[in-house]
Design a protein around this ligand. Structure first.
Ligand SMILES: C[S@@+](CC[C@H](N)C(=O)[O-])C[C@H]1O[C@@H](n2cnc3c(N)ncnc32)[C@H](O)[C@@H]1O
Ligand code: SF4
Length: 335
């Protein structure tokens, strides 16, 4: 199954909730967001069914996200079901880490092998300014608890915003090297409609790499497989690796194989989409597996999304205005 630019559907990102216990400034509106009604949230039964249909259509990787996925009660039960899906090669979770210490053991027992934890700074005060809730110490505790449970690899994700945490890059690298975690830096993106993104706040991959190389020489490894969003580098001294997700300055639309399922069952074919297709309505209308698969195939075949490619052309020519583009909020969509 290929879209109109010949891209297969390989990855499914499932948002299990739009609720979050943090309020990260780069991600979500502080108080203007209308939460999805709980009756509209897909049940685990519905998620597991849809996930198995997507795997049948070629997806071999599933990432659970949110909102904060660990706020969804009994998430380990969903993981147990997904981990058994035949044909699924990779199951991952992206979390802010706040509840990881208490859930790490159940997640590992359910079959979760690897995890991504957001960690933008190691400075507790700055952490509070960026994330507006929660506590850095608790997140760090969660990361080490996950490691103690054998979850591997643990990737730490930092969104880099100029004037906010660009001075923290080397500290984060040092922390990751010291404790043998894998650090991923993410260019600040204009997700949603309310983070007041302007290109000046974005720190480019080039700048991030230059800063790291000034202390730790790197060798480029490239993307893991042809579809991964991160460009990876290894330290020349052999002490681990880092990656940068440069969705703004090095858009990877041409190799984007990701479909997204929102917590209320909308199928969305691009992180910057304005709307999605209501798969939940189809599921709840009693549609058969064949009907659902056919609908997904029709949507995917017609897919023409290449938002980041177009944005970069527009940013470079100085014409890009994030607020002119209405998008689904990141907290609804999952990252
Ligand atoms: C929406 S969060 C959901 C999962 C979980 N709550 C967390 O924070 O990891 C998923 C990912 O999106 C990233 N993200 C959110 N807003 C972003 C932005 N404006 N630019 C780049 N990445 C962003 C977060 O850093 C996180 O790695
Ligand atoms: S990045 Fe994650 S933790 Fe932060 S507000 Fe968004 S969903 Fe919540």
């Amino acid at each position: 199954m290929r879209d109109s630019y010949s891209r297969p559907l390989k990855d499914l990102r499932i948002s299990v909730t739009d609720r979050c216990n943090f309020r990260c400034t780069y991600c979500m509106p502080y108080d203007e967001y209308v939460w999805i009604d709980k009756h509209e949230i897909l049940t685990f039964e519905e998620i597991a069914r849809l996930a198995s249909l997507f795997v049948g259509l070629g997806a071999d990787k599933i990432r659970l996200t949110g909102g904060e996925p660990l706020l969804r009660r009994g998430l380990d039960k969903l993981i147990t079901r997904l981990a058994r899906l035949e044909g699924l090669k990779d199951l991952c979770l992206t979390t802010n880490g706040a509840l990881l210490a208490e859930h790490a053991s159940a997640l590992a027992a359910a079959g979760l092998k690897r995890i991504n934890v957001s960690l933008d700074t190691l400075d507790p005060e700055k952490f509070k300014r960026i994330r507006q809730r929660g506590d850095l110490a608790r997140v760090l505790e969660g990361i080490f608890a996950a490691r103690a449970e054998g979850i591997h690899p643990i990737k730490l994700n930092a969104v880099v915003e100029r004037g906010v945490n660009d001075e923290d890059i080397l500290d984060l690298v040092e922390f990751a090297r010291k404790h043998e975690f894998s650090m991923r830096f993410i260019e600040y993106m204009d997700v949603g409609n309310s983070n007041n993104w302007i290109s000046e706040k974005m720190v480019s991959k080039k700048e991030i790499i230059e800063k790291i190389i000034s202390r730790y020489p790197l060798r480029e490894v490239g993307r893991d497989g042809s579809h991964a969003p991160s460009v990876d580098y290894e330290f020349v001294d052999g002490k681990g690796e880092i990656g940068v997700i440069a969705s703004v300055t090095e858009p990877f639309c041409s190799s984007c194989t990701r479909a997204r399922l929102t917590a209320d069952g909308k199928l969305v074919t691009c992180l910057f989409a304005e709307s999605g297709f209501d798969l939940k309505a189809l599921v709840r209308s009693g549609a058969s597996d064949d009907e659902i698969r056919a609908q997904v195939a029709t949507i995917w075949s017609a897919r023409t999304d290449r938002y980041s490619d177009l944005r970069w052309d527009s940013v470079r020519s100085g014409r890009y205005q994030a607020r002119d583009h209405k998008k689904i909020e990141m907290i609804t969509l999952g990252g």
